[in-house]
Design a protein around this ligand. Sequence first.
Ligand SMILES: [Ca+2]
Length: 221
Amino acid sequence: MDTPYPGKTGKRGFMKKTIVLGGFLSIMIAGTAWCSVSPIHFDFESDTGGWAIPDWSLDQKDSVGKSVSISGDKFSSGASSLKLTCDFPGDYWASATVEYAKGLDLRGYKSISADVYLPKGVPDDLLAVKIIFTTNGLGQWIEMRDALPLKPGKWVTVKAPLEATPGGELEHWRCRSNERCIIAQLDKIIRVAIRIEYNVNSVHAGPPYKGDVYIDNVLIE
Ligand SMILES: [Ca+2]
């Protein structure tokens, strides 16, 4: 006589249960590995945490970052931030970059974000921020597709995904293909940069800005 649930009693039933249980455990283990990455946090409380103006930018006309230091003048987390002193000319496109030039394996991380503060009195809608990775797999930059405008007198948070999203990674990152984009390169990161851009040109110029931009709470999680 057949049992109500024949698969539960025979050898095949045992194998099925084993396969299902094994699959479940695999998912659990994978899920545990996924969740086990430790957040990487730069709070700029006692030092610059390895962030600096990159050497390669020093002799470029359109790279106008002059110095970085820790400052208690502004902060979004803790009691200090990274102060980037810039000298934007206003009549051509220029940027100021700070970079963390150490290898990182970011597999399993979901996003990177940073808080950026522009002092009051700085021209509105001209400065913006992007996050940029350099990988040794490609030997090239992977930068955010869109820069986030900075707002004088306010902190803004620039954030970008490091995982698959409904719109796809090419929606967030400027890449030719998925093979040459961030998710395929997460274990090959050699530099992370935050770039402050002054988006003007000779036709649409703005006033020069010689002053500071503050960065705090850089979080990879
Ligand atoms: Ca801080």
